[in-house]
Design a protein around this ligand. Structure first.
Ligand SMILES: [Zn+2]
Ligand SMILES: [Zn+2]
Length: 170
């Protein structure tokens, strides 16, 4: 077991992360909603990637960008957590794909599951919500990049809706 990314990434360690609004280096804020003491487990379809989250998770954001749709086969539904609250408990299958100069996506090379979205400029790492073991206690709160949504489905719920990123590169 080891913690992900303890080095090499910019980040501010402070207790503020455990409260509701979390500033990141760009001055944006993330809502962290679950109990600070909560623990979650998750993993890929085959079990070659397993992880543990110790600490609060953000509610779920559906990203309709073309990259998420291609890697997930549909839109991406992501929760997020402070980077050092994520521990890999099995990483045998984990591979990373650099989808942009600052973002890499973690997937299982044995079963093909998409698990992580990791922007090196952010303090958080996004986790595909469907990989969490239930119950998660989370809810879906918004859609982003809806201007890039596929033409084969409709977004007709009452959730917040952003045509692009509500956050930089998010
Ligand atoms: Zn797998
Ligand atoms: Zn996306």
């Amino acid at each position: 077991m080891r913690h992900l990314f303890r080095n090499g990434y910019r980040g501010v360690r402070d207790s503020a992360f455990t409260i509701t609004n979390v500033p990141n280096p760009n001055g944006q804020r993330f809502e962290i909603v679950s109990d600070a003491d909560a623990k979650f487990n998750g993993g890929c379809l085959c079990g070659a990637v397993r992880y543990r989250v110790q600490g609060p998770l953000r509610d779920v954001v559906n990203c309709h960008c073309s990259q998420c749709r291609r890697t997930h086969g549909h839109f991406g539904a992501y929760t997020a957590v402070e980077r050092n609250q994520l521990t890999l408990t099995c990483e045998r299958g984990l591979k990373w794909y650099a989808s942009s100069p600052t973002v890499r996506r973690g997937f299982c090379c044995e079963c093909g599951a998409s698990l992580f979205w990791d922007n090196r400029d952010l303090e958080i790492i996004a986790i595909a919500a469907g990989t969490l073991d239930p119950p998660t206690g989370l809810k879906t709160i918004r859609h982003i990049f809806t201007a890039d949504a596929g033409d084969y489905y409709r977004i007709d719920d009452d959730l917040e809706n952003y045509p692009g990123s509500m956050l930089t590169d998010w």
